[in-house]
Design a protein around this ligand. Structure first.
Ligand SMILES: *Cc1c(COP(=O)(O)O)cnc(C)c1O
Length: 224
């Protein structure tokens, strides 16, 4: 067994059945992805639209591609035919654009709302009032080609475990609040995408349903 399959299997042993592992293959070549695929992995994550599309064309069709990066509206058209979940929706404008392009190809695209949970302020994302405003807009003006499937967030890059736990716990509590307010009868709102190579075990303890793991599977990132 190759090193990628070995690392993947050892991580899978620590991930409960009800948590989906997304193997983050950004910057990694086709051969590395195929090694994980042959070991049984079917969910992969990319953060550049062009890379996701190129890889989706070349690789087996039963792969589910997760877009985990910041998405610009002018790239949505290219992305929608190839993506199975968009993790980082952070505006009404973006959601409306995804809906428009998805309608043209008759798809319904599952999307997560990205929250700003880190105490550092470098990362993208919504706060609770902003997310609430988007969901109120959606009630007033339903978009039939997007499906809000949950939330996503990235914790601060720090060794402070208590801080990381606190940030993940916030995301879980915002998820619960939004579910109670907007999705009580819509069971598709069920995903909490949180946790990366260094913090995924903490994220699972705090209720993650999707962990996005790159470097612990594929090794440190190649320069892109
Ligand atoms: C790169 C990336 C990951 C994976 O990070 P690792 O630390 O390599 O596991 C997860 N989520 C997002 C949004 C990323 O950009």
């Amino acid at each position: 067994m190759g090193i990628i399959a070995e690392r993947l299997n050892s991580i899978l042993q620590t991930v409960p059945q009800n948590v989906q592992l997304v193997a983050v293959s950004k910057t990694k070549p086709i051969e590395d992805i195929m090694e994980a695929y042959q070991a049984g992995q079917r969910h992969f994550g990319e953060n550049k639209v062009q890379d996701l599309v190129n890889k989706a064309i070349m690789l087996p069709k039963d792969i589910q591609w997760h877009f985990i990066g910041h998405l610009q509206t002018n790239k949505v058209k290219q992305l929608v035919p190839n993506v199975s979940l968009i993790h980082a929706v952070d505006s009404w404008k973006l959601l409306a654009e995804i809906n428009k392009e998805a309608a043209k190809i008759n798809r319904v695209i599952p999307c997560l709302l990205q929250f700003h949970i880190a105490e550092e302020d470098t990362k993208f994302g919504l706060d609770l009032p902003e997310a609430t405003a988007i969901l109120q807009n959606l009630q007033a003006e339903p978009l039939s080609h997007v499906s809000i499937s949950g939330v996503m967030g990235m914790a601060t890059f720090t060794d402070n475990t208590a801080q990381i736990e606190r940030e993940f716990a916030h995301l879980k509590s915002w998820f619960d609040q939004l579910r109670n307010q907007f999705f009580l009868y819509e069971p598709q709102f069920n995903q909490i995408s949180m946790g990366m190579s260094d913090d995924y075990l903490l994220a699972i303890e705090q209720g993650s349903t999707l962990v996005r793991i790159g470097s612990s599977i594929f090794g440190s990132r190649n320069i892109h």
